[in-house]
Design a protein around this ligand. Structure first.
Ligand code: ARG
Length: 348
């Protein structure tokens, strides 16, 4: 997919979610996306590195409700890993909502407040963003990864809040949407894709609406010729097909300008890692484990951290993105075979 002529290319990768764990899937996106950006840059393209952080959506209504009801800002603030507490609160919300479905309405009201600019909700949301960035910054620094857009943080979903209405208006004007039980949807009859919802019946926006606004912004900022690459897990393949098709229907882009690099899953050989803490794998723990193992690998322990990161990256990049990757410490940090340490050794 490398363009022949030099051009502006936006590579969007990593894209973790605020107040949620930075997952192994986000790690894959970060590693692959960064490498694609590096390769495009080295052959002369003007590469923009963007991070489509998930910092908006109805889940923030649940989170705000949970923090206000059961949380302590002081405790979260003092914690070295605030996101862990936020995730626990979010889990608690779902547990409680199962017993008391009325909470879902309360959360919806909270999100409405956030959307309409309520000050307290906004302050709390902002705190969640900063708490999460504590973790993201740590991880990106370890991985040696940075972004060029929006002062290094990337344009998250919330940035496009203000542009959603104009996107919905354009869709309506071009007669692409249709009302269905109060919601606005787009149908893809010829492609036989399911329909895509762009506004809920209560008016709330969706992931797809925010993606459209993002791409419109990119087109306006970097020109109609821009190439946009999304590095996102293969589970979103159908969604990206719908999105790209809709952007063609809108007349924004040609087919070749939109590329989804889809990555497969990580599978774990070491069961312990996948089941711990109710299926959450904390990337900080993975990095710490890699560093400790890498440090024991050779006689020069000072290079351990670098070998660890290189090995995590190599373990991923030696596969094509679409493939699933088996996560096996024995393979990852081995002095033999197609492993990071062996590649480094050979290079040296
Ligand atoms: N935040 C999303 C997730 O964790 C990924 C965003 C991918 N990019 C996009 N433009 N939709 O699943």
């Amino acid at each position: 997919f490398f363009p022949k002529k030099n051009k502006t290319v936006i590579v969007e990768y990593s894209s973790p979610n605020i107040a949620k764990p930075f997952t192994i899937g986000h790690l894959r996106s970060t590693i692959i996306g960064d490498s694609v950006a590096n390769l495009l840059e080295v052959v002369g393209h003007d590469v923009k590195r963007d991070n489509h952080v998930g910092d908006w959506g109805t889940q923030f209504g649940k989170l705000i409700y949970a923090i206000q009801e059961w949380g302590s800002i002081k405790e979260i603030e003092a914690s070295p890993r605030p996101v862990k507490i936020l995730v626990d609160l979010y889990v608690k919300f779902h547990e409680q909502a199962e017993k008391n479905p009325e909470l879902v309405d309360r959360a919806r009201e909270k999100f409405k407040l956030l959307e309409t600019g309520d000050k307290d909700s906004r302050v709390l949301w902002n705190k969640c963003v900063e708490w999460s960035w504590k973790e993201f910054d740590f991880i990106y620094k370890k991985l040696g990864i940075s972004f060029t857009e929006n002062n290094g943080r990337g344009y998250g979903e919330s940035y496009f809040e203000k542009d959603l209405q104009s996107v919905l208006d354009e869709l309506k004007k071009k007669k692409l949407t249709k009302k269905s039980e109060g919601a606005e949807i787009v149908e893809f009859i010829a492609e036989k894709y399911p329909s895509l919802m762009l506004a809920k019946s209560d008016g709330a926006s969706l992931y797809a609406t925010r993606d459209l606004a993002t791409d419109k912004f990119r087109k306006d900022k970097y020109g109609k010729e821009v190439l946009i690459i999304n590095e996102v897990g293969a589970e979103q393949t159908l969604y990206f097909r719908q999105l790209y098709k809709l952007e063609i229907m809108l007349g924004w882009f040609a087919k070749e300008q939109r590329i989804h690099i889809a990555h497969g899953l990580y599978r774990f050989k070491d069961q312990k890692m996948s089941t711990r803490k109710g299926n959450t794998i904390w990337l900080e723990d993975v990095i710490a484990e890699a560093e400790s193992r890498a440090t024991k690998l050779g006689s020069n322990s000072t290079v351990g951290p670098e070998v660890a990161i290189a090995s995590l990256k190599w373990n991923d990049l030696k596969h094509t993105p679409q493939q699933d990757v088996v996560f096996d410490w024995e393979v990852l940090l081995n002095m033999q075979g197609n492993s990071g340490p062996y590649m480094l050794y050979t290079f040296v």
